[in-house]
Design a protein around this ligand. Sequence first.
Ligand SMILES: *[C@@H]1O[C@H](CO)[C@@H](O)[C@H](O)[C@H]1NC(C)=O
Ligand SMILES: *[C@@H]1O[C@H](CO)[C@@H](O)[C@H](O)[C@H]1NC(C)=O
Ligand SMILES: *[C@@H]1O[C@H](CO)[C@@H](O)[C@H](O)[C@H]1NC(C)=O
Ligand SMILES: *[C@@H]1O[C@H](CO)[C@@H](O)[C@H](O)[C@H]1NC(C)=O
Ligand SMILES: *[C@@H]1O[C@H](CO)[C@@H](O)[C@H](O)[C@H]1NC(C)=O
Ligand SMILES: *[C@@H]1O[C@H](CO)[C@@H](O)[C@H](O)[C@H]1NC(C)=O
Ligand SMILES: *[C@@H]1O[C@H](CO)[C@@H](O)[C@H](O)[C@H]1NC(C)=O
Ligand SMILES: *[C@@H]1O[C@H](CO)[C@@H](O)[C@H](O)[C@H]1NC(C)=O
Ligand SMILES: *[C@@H]1O[C@H](CO)[C@@H](O)[C@H](O)[C@H]1NC(C)=O
Ligand SMILES: *[C@@H]1O[C@H](CO)[C@@H](O)[C@H](O)[C@H]1NC(C)=O
Ligand SMILES: *[C@@H]1O[C@H](CO)[C@@H](O)[C@H](O)[C@H]1NC(C)=O
Length: 333
Amino acid sequence: MGIRGLVLQLIVYGVVLAAASAEAYPIAKPGCQDKCGDVTLPYPFGTTEECYYDPEFLITCNDTFDPPKAFLTASAINVTNITLGGKVHILQYIARDCYAESGSPIADNKPWLRLSKFVISDTDNKFTAVGCDTEAFVNGSQGEKDFKVGCLSVCDSIDYVSNGSCSGVGCCQTSIPKGLDYVELTVSSYDNHTRVWDFNPCSYAFIVEANQFNFSSTYLQDLRNVNSLPVVLDWAIGNETCEQVKNNMTPYACQGNSTCIDAENGSGYHCKCLEGYEGNPYLPNGCRDIDECQDSSLHDWERSCINIEGNFTCLCPEGAPWGWKKRWRGLHS
Ligand SMILES: *[C@@H]1O[C@H](CO)[C@@H](O)[C@H](O)[C@H]1NC(C)=O
Ligand SMILES: *[C@@H]1O[C@H](CO)[C@@H](O)[C@H](O)[C@H]1NC(C)=O
Ligand SMILES: *[C@@H]1O[C@H](CO)[C@@H](O)[C@H](O)[C@H]1NC(C)=O
Ligand SMILES: *[C@@H]1O[C@H](CO)[C@@H](O)[C@H](O)[C@H]1NC(C)=O
Ligand SMILES: *[C@@H]1O[C@H](CO)[C@@H](O)[C@H](O)[C@H]1NC(C)=O
Ligand SMILES: *[C@@H]1O[C@H](CO)[C@@H](O)[C@H](O)[C@H]1NC(C)=O
Ligand SMILES: *[C@@H]1O[C@H](CO)[C@@H](O)[C@H](O)[C@H]1NC(C)=O
Ligand SMILES: *[C@@H]1O[C@H](CO)[C@@H](O)[C@H](O)[C@H]1NC(C)=O
Ligand SMILES: *[C@@H]1O[C@H](CO)[C@@H](O)[C@H](O)[C@H]1NC(C)=O
Ligand SMILES: *[C@@H]1O[C@H](CO)[C@@H](O)[C@H](O)[C@H]1NC(C)=O
Ligand SMILES: *[C@@H]1O[C@H](CO)[C@@H](O)[C@H](O)[C@H]1NC(C)=O
């Protein structure tokens, strides 16, 4: 290999290293476990007292499973994903009510979900019932307030049932109230499925992440074999708004180069990296400057791009204002 080859190789290495270090910002506190099986564990979540923000953010990682499984606090709630945008993805059991051909009941259950600090996201989930002889409701509480919502679906032939939309025939859906921390699912039938048994022996009801559920007529049979479906929870820090936290001098979770955002229902707040930064806004020095010059979608004048703190600029004729620099690029392309 000649000198040219060596130089080329060094350049290639340089690019790869720069790209890798831009990705690798810390997501957990130093020395803390940042993964449990497939689930990434960003601070404020953690597996021990030193690693979480407060006990509501405890994740129990059980290594006896392969891959290891993550559970919310010390509960039996399976966590499948945690995002810094304020969501925890979990699995929750579906309610069912099944019958034999004669109309005698075979199996039914009434699953429930109790949360301590987090709430079931009213924007990400829908209450859904599937069946052709089906009445279903969800009841529970929102702090001190009780509620009950439901829907019904009755059909006498699978011919009326269409795929893709939960339109009320074979499948019905309704929104859930904000801020639920306890729910109980109930499903029942009118005629013990005797008139629809050949294509629909059970009624089903569940809360499900709306964009993960695409109704199909085959579910009238097949949901029998499904135990749980994905549900999204909302998490936030504390129970005060950004304003209250600043006024009350309560310890404040949003670290340098990050900003505070009120949680949707006004209980607690989120942190977000300032524009031009990325990383974990809950960690000290968690928000790192984005090197915009590495991202060719932001500009197409790589050669003259200069990354600056929280922003980027370009090598252009001296004294040229920002807007002018963009036009300058436009004229030359
Ligand atoms: C992990 O799961 C196994 C099997 O369900 C259970 O017996 C064990 O107690 C769990 N360990 C912890 C630390 O929760
Ligand atoms: C978790 O969610 C993020 C953001 O939506 C996604 O990029 C990632 O692939 C998900 N991880 C898992 C294990 O599903
Ligand atoms: C959570 O995981 C455990 C252990 O694998 C499993 O037994 C349980 O059925 C799961 N729960 C749900 C709601 O899927
Ligand atoms: C219909 O189902 C209910 C329970 O859901 C049961 O009590 C009743 O005996 C059933 N009726 C017949 C005719 O099997
Ligand atoms: C939900 O409804 C069932 C049946 O109507 C009732 O027994 C239960 O107490 C209710 N639960 C709550 C929390 O309202
Ligand atoms: C819905 O899609 C499934 C395959 O996913 C197909 O077997 C079934 O016949 C379709 N039902 C209707 C009503 O088109
Ligand atoms: C839902 O399924 C139908 C067919 O079964 C398909 O045409 C449609 O694109 C799917 N929609 C989504 C959002 O996956
Ligand atoms: C927000 O959700 C929490 C958690 O359940 C609840 O206690 C509180 O009442 C809700 N606040 C508002 C303003 O809805
Ligand atoms: C907010 O949280 C603090 C400490 O966790 C608690 O003492 C207080 O009662 C809570 N306030 C409300 C309105 O829930
Ligand atoms: C903001 O980000 C810059 C660049 O990453 C870093 O040097 C600085 O320490 C950060 N400021 C704080 C308060 O974390
Ligand atoms: C980046 O710099 C330009 C020009 O100085 C300015 O207009 C823009 O607001 C800056 N963006 C951020 C996120 O600071």
